[in-house]
Each structure stands twice: as structure tokens, then as C-alpha cells.
Design a protein. Structure first.
Lengths: 333, 308
């Protein structure tokens, strides 16, 4: 049994839903920006990547605060598994470098970002493929996973990338149809594969996914500071938004990883999509007939619809203070 | 769903570190909680997750007996987080066996419908979790709406997992544990906020008078929580002079607010447990009463001590 085989067996025991290995050197050569392995650690040989799914019960519960807290509980799972794998490696005389799975840094590039883009490591290691909206899709749990990476100086044979894309692209298009902030492409040239047009407007996605996070805070503060009349400071402070902000700082709930619309509707995932889709709380997401495809002039389009109306307001927190104070909201750009 | 039984789940939960485990059908929790009093009514929000496994972790006597309130607040927050971690690991065990599960957050609210007052008293857990504790047979509700257990009195933190596995509800439910105002009343006497009923019609049952002034309780149990945060910001921005504003910004209050939100986290809700410390319910009480830290308390801790 190779070290890799032993590691994979151990990882499954401790909770990894899927695991793979990618060559650090080969990955380094492919990355166009500073999200390279060497930004974290030099001379590493292998990157071990694993996935842990988000609880199906959480994704079928109708409370967003419940979901938002449960998504951060997965991060604790990732941390624990990462710690155990790291110790396992170091008990075998290897060096193990856990890569931060939630933190972003301001010195990687012009915009804050993680030190490594895990989804591309995952695709290279064959634990899934990156889909239309740049979510990593896995065979068993679709996009409904979080990822952890450990770099090591131990050489392990890389696992092969999958030989086909899991995402059907625009012929499905469900994530594009439901995205509350229209961050996912809704059209693609006919005949092209999803790798040619997969994309995500990250800023737009952030309005939803970090709905009570840094972006909405900045937008709200900008609106307040640009106000052309005196602000009622008590109204600006004593409101729902500020209390939600306090909770997001205290527990991370709402700060990020807080929009799951594309996850609700992605049909990839042998183990979890069917049970999730069968839950009564998920029936209204994209009712029958709501995904409309058109093919004309060599372009395949899906018609954007957004989430059910009762949830739409959750993704408009960046204009909440402006609305309370009756001032102009800063426009999303 | 792999045929998981109550026995499997109880064993797993205890192995993971829970001190108490109970099971409830969510419809029985609904009845216990009064339905419209909880924003996170499980029947409305997840009707397919029909069962709740309710977990409790005890507050160690060393923490409960400690004299330093800040140390107690900090340690309590750690245990409130720990029971959530136990619930998480149990939920993943259930999903590994092919069923669906979710962790019920103990100290998260939805401000559209509720607020952090639902975690009073003492940050034991939300209204839903305390009602679930009763439905799951862990104990009964005390004079101030905290859950009392035969083993540890109120000195527990609550967590829970919801699942679609049909489970047998716990059969053995304790009878009323709270001695009430006439026989006891120690929590009401010791409460620094006077948030607990101090009077009742003669002969009234605990169920008839049980109450808590949650806002008053929160001034002590969430001393630097969200409402104090809002109040402090209003004071700063409402100040007349810039030097007053500077002084407020640089004050101890700002530092405490910062620490509660970023470091104490769950502990932001566990700032006062005086009612816990004097409650004579629980097999652990005699040992707690013997703690050298508590001998000078105004309200005597031995069961025979009179109520002032």
C-alpha cells in the first residue's frame, strides 16, 4: 500500500467525502497570478485536497441564519480534518502546511483573495470539475461542498483529472436562472463546451454571498457618507441591519458563504441532489417550466428569473441603510 | 436511512461528549413552545425534518463555582460552542448513515422576527432549544424559563440536531422540578436585574407564574452584547462635542464590546449565571454549594438556607 493509499483510507475514516492529490510544481506553472503554492510555502511537492459536504438538512431548512451558521460549521469540519491529515503526515516525517480555507489576504493581488484558489486545485486533482458558475462540482455532492488543502514535501502520485465535465453548461443553466444577483452567464455560443464560457461576476456574487459582510457594509457606509441631507443617526444605528452586522461579526453568519441559491438547484450530486430536491422546502425554487431555453443566431440563452420572491430581499442588504434613511443607495457596479 | 436507532444516536452523542441526550418529535416541541412564540418553528421551516435530538453539556463545577464573573463568562461561551461542535459531529454521523441532518444553532437569531433576548437567561440556549429540552424529557422549565434537569439543574448548555429519521420520543419525562416561589424563590432573590417574579398568588403553580423580564436579564447576561453595542454607538454619535466622542470611543466600553463580539463570541450571551448558581435542583448542587468561592454569597447555598 502506498503512502497515498494509506492517507486516502485515513481521510475517509475521519470524514473527507472525497480526496485527491495534485502536483505543486505543475500547478505552480499554470497559475497566472500570485495564487500559487509558493505564495504559501516553497519547495512543496504535493497538494492534498479534500471536500466535505454541507449538511443536506441545512440546505433544505428555510431559515437563512440557520443555513449561514451551518455553512460555517463545515469550515470547522474542514479545519479538523486538515489538522488531522497534517499531523498524520508529520508523524511520517513529512512537512505539512495547511492552507487557510476561509481567510483572504490583501497582499496577493489588487483585490483581497485567498492565497490559493482551491477549486482549480480540485479540478487538477480530479475530485471534480469547475462548472458554469465557477463552483467546483463533485460527483457525489455537486457543488455543495467546501474544500481543504494541505501542502506537503512528501511526493505522492497525483490523481488524474476527470475525463469529462460534470457540468452540462447552458443546456442546464439552472444556476444562471436562479442567481439573485445575475452573476452567472446566461448565454453561450452554441456548440461550445462549458470550459469555454464558464464564468462568474465575482462582485455581483459577493452582493449575495456576503450579504451582511464587508461589501454591503462598505456600500451602506458610502451611501451614508454621500447623503445630501442630515442623517437621523439614531435611525442609522438602531435598526435590523446593524444588529445583523453585529451577529455576522460575532458568529460569521451572513458575513460570507451565505447564499446557496445555485447550490439548491444544481442537479449534479449522486448522493444528495435527489433527497434535497424531494424536500418540501425546495419545491418552489425552480418550478416546472421556469427554466426557459432559447437557441437563435448561434447563441444558447436561458432566461434569468431569480430566486422566489420571498427570498429576494435577503440579497439587497447593500441598500438597506439607504432605504431606512431615505437616501440614495450606492449603485452596484 | 441505515436503520439508525435512538440507542445508536444516544451512544454516539455520549461518546462525542454530550452529558444528556433526549429525543423529541418536532410536533411535540411546537406544542411545548406555544407555536407562535418561536420564529424558528421547525414545522414551518423544515417539515420533513421530523425529529430533534436534544443535547446538553454541563457547566463544570469548577467554572460554576468560580468567583470571577469574567472567567465564568468566557468559560461558559466555550461550553456553549462545544455543544454545538458535538451536535455538528453527530449530524455528520447521521448523514454518513444516509439520512438528512442539520445543526440547530444555539445562539443565532433572525432579527427580522426575534432578537438576542430569546437567549436569556444565561445563554443556556434559544427558546426553541429549551422547549425542545422539555419535549425530549431532559427536564422541566423553571420559574425564570430556564430548563432544569435532574442531574445538573439549570447548569447546562443546549444543542440539537434535526433529522428526517423517525425516532421514538423520549418516554420518561421528569415531573415538575422547580420548587417555585413559595418553596424556594432563590433565583428571584439573587437576580441582580430583578427579572424574575418576586410575588405570586398564594398556591399558584410554577406554570402559572413562570416568567422572565428578558430585557432586564439581558442587561446582566449580555452585558456587552448587541443592544449595548447599539446604545454605545448612539451615545457616541449623539454626543455634543468631538472631545466627548473621542473619550467614548477610547473608553473601556468600546474595548469590552470589541472583546465580546470577536473573542468571547458565544460568551457574549453568558455574562450572568447567578440564577444557575443558587438553584438547588440537580444532583450536582451539593458539591457546588461546597465550593469555597461561594461561601460568602448573600443567598445561602445549602438547601436548608433560608431565602432572604
Amino acid at each position: 500500500m502506498t503512502m497515498r493509499d494509506e492517507l486516502f483510507a485515513y481521510a475517509e475514516e475521519i470524514g473527507a467525502d472525497t480526496i485527491g492529490v495534485c502536483s505543486a510544481e505543475e500547478f505552480e506553472a499554470q497559475v497566472p497570478n500570485r495564487q500559487k503554492p509558493s505564495t504559501t510555502a516553497n519547495n512543496m511537492k504535493s497538494m492534498i485536497i479534500f471536500a466535505r459536504h454541507m449538511l443536506g438538512g441545512a440546505l433544505t431548512h428555510s431559515s437563512l441564519p440557520y443555513q449561514a451558521r451551518n455553512s460555517h460549521l463545515v469550515a470547522f469540519e474542514i479545519d479538523e480534518i486538515t489538522d488531522k491529515i497534517s499531523r498524520w503526515l508529520e508523524d511520517r516525517d513529512a512537512v505539512a502546511v495547511p492552507v487557510p480555507n476561509e481567510a483572504v489576504f490583501t497582499d496577493i493581488d489588487e483585490k483581497p483573495m485567498g492565497s490559493l484558489d482551491f477549486k482549480w486545485v480540485a479540478e487538477a486533482a480530479g475530485i471534480g470539475t469547475v462548472g458554469l458558475d465557477l463552483n467546483l462540482l463533485t460527483p457525489d455532492h455537486g457543488p455543495r461542498v467546501y474544500l481543504g488543502v494541505i501542502m506537503t514535501d512528501a511526493y505522492m502520485e497525483p490523481t488524474e483529472p476527470l475525463d469529462r465535465d460534470l457540468c452540462p453548461g447552458m443546456s442546464c443553466g439552472r444556476c444562471a436562472v436562479i442567481c439573485p444577483t445575475q452573476a452567472v452567464p446566461t448565454e453561450a455560443p452554441l456548440g461550445e463546451g462549458v470550459r469555454d464560457y464558464r464564468d462568474l461576476k465575482k462582485k455581483s456574487c459577493a452582493f449575495g454571498a456576503t450579504r451582511i459582510g464587508a461589501r454591503s457594509l462598505i456600500m451602506n457606509l458610502r451611501a451614508v457618507s454621500a447623503a445630501t441631507h442630515d442623517i437621523d443617526t439614531d435611525a442609522a444605528i438602531d435598526n435590523l441591519y446593524l444588529r445583523d452586522l453585529w451577529q455576522s461579526l460575532n458568529s460569521k453568519a451572513g458575513a460570507f458563504a451565505s447564499c446557496f441559491e445555485c447550490w439548491y438547484v444544481c442537479p449534479i450530486g449522486k448522493k444528495d441532489f435527489k433527497p434535497m430536491y424531494g424536500a418540501p422546502t425546495r419545491k418552489n425554487d425552480l418550478p416546472r417550466g421556469s427554466v426557459v431555453h432559447t437557441k437563435e443566431n448561434d447563441v444558447h440563452r436561458v432566461t434569468h428569473r431569480g430566486p422566489p420572491e420571498e427570498r429576494q430581499h435577503e440579497y439587497e442588504r447593500d441598500s438597506e441603510l439607504a432605504s431606512i434613511l431615505d437616501i440614495d443607495a450606492v449603485q452596484r457596479k | 436511512m441505515g436503520g439508525i436507532t435512538n440507542i445508536d444516536l444516544e451512544k454516539q452523542a455520549i461518546d462525542l461528549g454530550a452529558d444528556l441526550v433526549g429525543f423529541a418529535d418536532v410536533s411535540s416541541i411546537y406544542l411545548e413552545s406555544g407555536g407562535d412564540k418561536v420564529w424558528d418553528d421547525p414545522i414551518r421551516l423544515a417539515p420533513h425534518l421530523q425529529s430533534m435530538i436534544v443535547l446538553a453539556i454541563r457547566l463544570p463545577l469548577g467554572v460554576a463555582g468560580a468567583g470571577d464573573e469574567k472567567a465564568m463568562q468566557n468559560a461558559s461561551g466555550i461550553f456553549a460552542a462545544r455543544i454545538e461542535a458535538i451536535a455538528r459531529r453527530l449530524a455528520y454521523y447521521i448523514e454518513r448513515e444516509g439520512a438528512m441532518a442539520l445543526v440547530v444553532p444555539g445562539l443565532i437569531t433572525d432579527y427580522q422576527y426575534s432578537n438576542t433576548l430569546e437567549f436569556t437567561p444565561a445563554g443556556q440556549g434559544s427558546r426553541l432549544l429549551r422547549a425542545a429540552g422539555v419535549a425530549a424529557g431532559l427536564g422541566t422549565m423553571g420559574l425564570n424559563n430556564m430548563l432544569l434537569t435532574p442531574e445538573f439543574g439549570p447548569r447546562i448548555f443546549l444543542g440539537a440536531v434535526m433529522t428526517d429519521i423517525p425516532l421514538d420520543s423520549s418516554k420518561n419525562k421528569p415531573v415538575e422540578l422547580c420548587l417555585g416561589l413559595e418553596e424556594c424563590g432563590r433565583c428571584a432573590t439573587v437576580c441582580p436585574a430583578q427579572a424574575i417574579p418576586l410575588n405570586n398568588p398564594e398556591g399558584a403553580s410554577v406554570a402559572e407564574i413562570r416568567n422572565l423580564d428578558e430585557a432586564a436579564c439581558a442587561t446582566y447576561s449580555q452585558p456587552f452584547g448587541v443592544e449595548r453595542f447599539v446604545e454605545h454607538l448612539k451615545t457616541i454619535f449623539g454626543s455634543e462635542s468631538s472631545s466627548d466622542r473621542r473619550q467614548l470611543i477610547r473608553s473601556q466600553m468600546t474595548a469590552e464590546l470589541w472583546q465580546n463580539v470577536t473573542v468571547l463570541r458565544h460568551g457574549a450571551m453568558t455574562g450572568c449565571q447567578k440564577c444557575w448558581l443558587v438553584c438547588p435542583v440537580g444532583e450536582d448542587f451539593d458539591k457546588l454549594a461546597d465550593s469555597p468561592h461561594r461561601q460568602n454569597d448573600q443567598v445561602g447555598l445549602s438547601k436548608s438556607s433560608p431565602v432572604i
